[in-house]
Design a protein around this ligand. Sequence first.
Ligand code: FRU
Length: 326
Amino acid sequence: TTETRTYRIGFSQCTGGDEWRKTLLNDMKRELTFHPNYTLLYEDAGNSTTKQISQIQSLVDRDIDLLIISPNEAAPFTKVVEAVFRQGIPVILLDRKIETESYNAYIGGDNVEIGRLAGVFIGNYLKGKGRVVEVWGLPSSSPAQERHRGFREELKKYPNIQVVKELNGQWERDTVRRVVASDLNTLKNADLLFAHNDVMALGAYGVFKQNGIQDQLDFVGIDALPGPSAGMQAITDGTLKASFLYPTGGEEAVETATRILEGKSVKREQILSSIQVDGSNVRALKAQSDKLIKQQLDIEKQSQRIEKLTETYTSQKNTLYLTLTS
Ligand code: FRU
């Protein structure tokens, strides 16, 4: 018999704490179950760039065959990623970009387009007139830069919509809560708050709610995740007026990794599409994703049963073998 070669994929993630990144990891793990000869070595940097750089080095020391990375910031990763690439270890960038050409594939949503879609929605929603607050994700990360760019480009079509304030929420709920709370008097005169992700939009909403003024403006975010405290539910509840699906690319990343390691060709730029989620389609989308989640749980249960059966079978076979040979 020919033995299948085994591979080690290293995955360096800027943070693992939020719903989007948990979904991403699950998507990768699900795809990995179809590739039993692949092992995943996972590192979570907890939003720290320095930590993430040293984790990448330690993944390389542990002999990974390929690196998947979702970098915290763009610029600081150039050197380390170029070094990995130069050693002959293929690199896949996921969701966030870096400033170098030293990678084999980039996989992620079209963040400029998502920003533009948000601009279109808000332009229509405000009927071309109003005061908007923009809450940024980490300004040194590529999705924040690109979402901002697309959003502002689109808003140029609406001369009577003003961005009255930009805040830096760093993608994080607690940061947003702090900056919003300290500027509440200016912010409450706005008509709408647009945040670069739902976590921040909902964080801002929470502060307004605490002050009993949540109805003075509307909230729009990005990610539109299923689950009890994420974007889809918030749209159903009316807390968010709209959000935009931001696909994780987890499945595609693993698939691309296996293709690279097996010497097959891959597309270098893999841009995943998004859609607007709002009151008109959230029910259908939620039903769909709930069903997917349920199916996923069923598959996991089934594969656990198969594993159990295989174990029983193996131990019976071994007992039989021992009985026959002793
Ligand atoms: C999760 C997250 C998402 C956002 C993405 C951008 O950590 O902040 O909410 O869409 O990262 O990279």
